[in-house]
Design a protein around this ligand. Structure first.
Ligand SMILES: *Cc1c(COP(=O)(O)O)cnc(C)c1O
Ligand SMILES: [Zn+2]
Length: 551
């Protein structure tokens, strides 16, 4: 036997069996797996070299004795993607997205399901019960179907219908509970008790915490590939791990992963943890901000983000608080609107469509960077925990599509008809915006922000001289201008434009990376319409300026 189960309360060691969920000595439900770190620390690095890149790469550190490859759906080893555009917008160049949408059922719950179902199958268990806010039940259902197991899925009526139908599609029995998620968990627990069925215990499930820790192994591996090894160790640790939480299983597991790597000498520290909750259901955040040792539950959560609706975190809070405090991390909460807006920014700037729960993590990241808690020089890994199911109307707002209608469905359209149809797609002339900016990246970012929010004809110049020529030739409706540029700086461009009647009234937005002195600001005042500091301008602010100037 290469691992034992240690009680977190009394320290008693016991062998592992999935259906024994309490410490035989003190009855505690909080226990965790322990391995031979001395041995694996030395032997694993060589051993894994020839292995496939999936969740089972470090299988010696998982509580499954014989990993059953026939159950696998390709879980784990999701990409670590640099968020270049977000980095530019936030002035924080080392933001990396752990893209857990790329798991088999599009959320990070696939790790939990893959490991747990493998362990249950190994123990001969054929039926199980789980309460879920959607994603756990979807993942369990997928793996249960491969393992020939039956899942009773208790979900709250807030879970989007598409998610419920997916659970049913895999052949699980869906039980819809009209009530809070905490009530839903109580019903599921009672059902499991009466029927003597295995019950998923959330963050108290050994296999779930063990599954989540693989995220830490992968982050260290992938970050080392991208940025090189750590200062004193083979693998690299990011400065921050950011994740939206409900019960907190993810960060509890990820923290254990870093702790184990530290014990094995692979890394020398653990990242700071930033768990994010929705304002309408943020018992851990509020309790932490009040300095409470135990969490004050939220009886009736008020958030549309049902994935994050654990109102009573129980003792998970105490453990997570310990990790946040000992790593110099921070709990933070965001409004639903902030989460939806972050979802939008993420999709438009990075090409990643995430579900609102993941949006909350990004909104939390923005907030922590703005507050100076996360510093510009720090390396951040943010868990993009799940994919959008069909994006909701509420998030997109009005006018997100244009209609083209043909009078008749049977007639092939004549050229004339096609042309008139296309006039419905867009008017012929769009406002012209000239971007005068010497760094390619900044030009690309500003272009991307404009493109994602409306229709503009975008002209670009890479220095002041070329910019002035361009503006005099094209007479744009708006100029976005940098100050520090070769050939001719921004101040000279402004002077030249203001000196000619044809260009004197073109609105100018100055976007600069430089902290301006009072003198410099004086020089600009009266000549430009807006001043934006690069790095801290998020697209909302910038676009409001653009819209108001183009009216
Ligand atoms: C479950 C889930 C969360 C919350 O995770 P915990 O670590 O269990 O609190 C966040 N995002 C998504 C998409 C989830 O499915
Ligand atoms: Zn005990």
């Amino acid at each position: 036997m290469t691992f034992i189960i240690k009680c977190l309360d009394c320290g008693h060691n016991a062998p592992y069996f999935p259906t024994s969920t309490t410490c035989p000595k003190c009855g505690s439900q909080w226990r965790e797996a322990e391995y031979d770190y001395e041995l694996f620390g030395k032997t694993l690095p060589d051993k894994v070299k020839t292995r496939q890149f999936d969740l089972w790469r470090y299988r010696e550190l998982l509580p499954v004795r014989n990993p059953n490859t026939s159950l696998s759906l390709g879980e784990g080893y999701t990409p670590l993607i640099r968020a270049g555009n977000l980095g530019l917008m936030l002035g924080c160049p080392n933001i990396f997205i752990k893209d857990e949408r790329q798991g088999p059922t599009a959320s990070f719950k696939d790790r939990q399901a893959a490991v747990t179902i493998a362990a249950l199958k190994e123990a001969g268990i054929t039926e199980m019960v789980a309460a879920s806010t959607g994603n756990v039940a979807i993942s369990y259902s997928a793996y249960a179907s491969r393992a020939g197991m039956k899942l009773w899925a208790f979900v709250t009526s807030l879970v989007p219908a598409v998610k419920m139908r997916e659970i049913a599609l895999y052949g699980s029995q869906v039980i819809k509970i009209t009530g809070s998620y905490d009530q839903c968990k109580q019903v599921a627990a009672e059902f499991a008790r009466q029927r003597k069925l295995y019950l998923d215990m959330g963050a108290r499930t050994i296999t779930s915490i063990e599954a989540m820790k693989t995220i830490a192994f992968e982050i260290a591996d992938q970050l080392t590939d991208i940025l090189g090894s750590g200062e004193n160790t083979r693998l690299r640790t990011p400065d921050w791990y950011v994740q939206a939480i409900s019960g907190g299983m993810g960060p509890l597991g990820v923290h254990k992963g870093f702790r184990e790597m530290q014990q094995m000498g692979w890394v020398d520290r653990t990242p700071a943890f930033a768990p994010i909750q929705a304002d309408g259901c943020a018992p851990m955040v509020y309790s932490w901000k009040k300095g409470l040792a135990k969490a004050e539950p939220v009886a009736s959560p008020k958030t549309h983000i049902e994935t994050l609706a654990t109102g009573d975190p129980g003792r998970a809070y105490e453990f997570l608080k310990g990790h946040v405090d000992s790593t110099g991390g921070a709990f933070e909460s965001v409004t639903d609107e902030e989460a939806f807006r972050a979802m939008h920014v993420l999709a438009k700037m990075e090409g990643i469509s995430a579900e609102p729960a993941a949006g909350a993590a990004f909104a939390g990241l923005f907030k922590l960077i703005r507050a100076g808690v996360i510093k510009p020089s720090e390396t951040v890994v943010i868990n993009c925990t799940g994919h959008t199911m069909p994006a909701e109307q509420r998030i997109l707002g009005e006018n997100w599509a244009r209609d083209v209608k043909f009078p008749s469905l049977t007639q092939a359209p004549q050229e004339e008809g096609l042309l008139s149809a296309l006039t419905q797609v867009a008017p012929e002339r769009f406002p012209k915006v000239a971007i005068v900016e010497d760094t390619l990246e900044a030009r690309r970012l500003i272009r991307r922000i404009l493109q994602s929010q409306g229709n503009f004809t975008i002209l670009e110049a890479e220095n002041g001289r070329a910019g002035l020529d361009l503006i005099q030739r094209e007479l744009p409706d708006l100029v976005v201008l940098d100050l520090m540029m070769p050939e001719m700086d921004g101040y000279s461009v402004i002077e030249a434009l203001r000196a000619h009647p044809e260009t004197a009234t073109i609105p100018i937005i100055v976007a600069t990376a430089k902290e301006l002195t009072a003198d410099e600001k004086n020089r600009l005042s009266g000549h430009i319409q807006a001043l934006l500091q690069k790095g801290d301008f998020l697209n909302d602010e910038f676009l409001e300026e653009v819209r108001s100037l183009l009216k």
